[in-house]
Design a protein around this ligand. Structure first.
Ligand code: KG4
Ligand code: ZN
Length: 341
């Protein structure tokens, strides 16, 4: 078996609708395999039962592929890391049971990982093109299930400063996209159509809540009423103005996220800002952060696309950092759909 300074981690992520496995050699990614579950598209959102079943079908081939691409035999592995939560229970159970069995069979440590820690610590994956954040930094985690502002003092010392009181920002993108007749997940499509639209064509309200919290349910309703009212005048309104609607909506959401980050910088004095989670793939938030480097003097950290949306490499880096620190779990560990920070 390899030493703690020279370890191979197999990581498994199955919290929602992507079955993913990765192999890391220390903090370097050797393979990062993701099987997307296309089946949910027909339903306009993730169907938990179908997700669980698809994970069961995908997990063995996905793990095999990750090992093969890394050119690693399972006997060389030092530990197995897996997503314990938060996420869909039926989905988490598949990854958790698989990780437990393999760890028992190979007699190597089992390491539980918090999905949202992983979105943040993905920044510490070794990559010559990416700079690593300096502690302390502010992390904005924006995904289909979460929207949080976290103060990160160290790898395992994080404090949630604010979060959404209702929907996550990814849901705001996806549900608005659904109203526009776009397939699930619509976030990336809104981003794509927004590139060709006028961001000032329409105005949407920014929900008012505490300075570090978020709310997106009001925005969703505002989009619904706006579309109903416009369509009553022009039944082809969406088709004729799709780019402008997407650009205006994206601008509203990005401005709102940036307002919250400004509030977090004022509250903490920390000007090192990292983003994580699927919505950090959005071109609008990426550009806004780049601009903030010049206009506000922030140092910003944006993950590679492959480490934004759900992936197992991010679970692997947390597994590696925990392994170095002797943090492992026992076999009583259970999947948790809600897992505190
Ligand atoms: O982190 P993630 O892959 O899964 C969760 O843990 O939720 O995030 C998925 C979310 C979806 O809501 C998807 O629409 C959104 O990330 N997303 C985007 C973009 N790419 C992914 N939203 C806006 N713009 C994008 N380019
Ligand atoms: Zn995620």
């Amino acid at each position: 078996m390899s030493s703690a300074n020279d370890c191979y981690i197999l990581a498994i992520e199955s919290s929602c609708d992507d079955t993913a496995a990765a192999v890391l050699h220390n903090d370097q990614v050797l393979s990062n395999v993701v099987a997307n579950q296309e089946i949910h598209r027909a339903y306009g959102g993730v169907v938990p039962e179908l997700a669980s079943r698809a994970h069961q079908q995908n997990i063995v081939p996905v793990v095999h592929q990750a090992l093969r691409q890394a050119n690693i035999d399972k006997k060389q592995l030092s530990a197995i890391a897996f997503t314990q939560g938060p996420g869909l229970m039926g989905s988490l159970l598949v990854g958790t049971s698989f990780a437990k069995s393999l760890s028992l069979g190979l007699n190597i440590p089992l390491i539980n990982v918090h999905h949202m820690h992983a979105h943040i610590l993905a920044h510490f994956i070794d990559d010559p093109q990416q700079r690593k954040p300096e502690f302390p930094f502010i992390a904005l985690t924006i995904s289909g299930g979460h929207t949080q502002i976290v103060q990160v003092n160290d790898y395992f010392d994080m404090k949630v400063l604010g979060e959404t009181i209702d929907d996550a920002v990814g849901e705001a993108f996806d549900k608005s996209a659904k109203m526009l007749g776009l397939p699930y997940p619509g976030g990336p499509l809104i981003d794509r159509y927004a590139q060709k639209g006028n961001p000032d064509a329409y105005e949407f309200p920014k929900p008012k809540v505490d300075p570090l919290n978020f709310s997106f349910s009001g925005l969703k309703t505002a989009v619904l009423y706006f579309l109903e009212s416009q369509q009553s005048k022009d039944p082809d309104f969406i088709k004729n103005h799709l780019h402008d609607i997407c650009a205006s909506l994206q601008k509203t959401i990005v401005d709102y996220l940036m307002d919250k980050l400004c509030n977090a910088v004022s509250a903490t004095g920390i000007k090192h800002i990292a983003i994580g989670g699927g919505v950090s793939a959005n071109s609008g938030i990426r550009q806004a952060l780049k601009d903030a480097e010049d206009t506000l003097g922030w140092t910003t950290y944006v993950p590679k696309f492959a480490y934004c949306t759900d992936n197992a490499a991010m679970i692997g880096i947390v597994g590696y950092l925990k392994h170095l620190n002797g943090k492992q779990s026992d076999y009583g560990v259970a999947a948790k759909s809600k897992l505190s920070f």
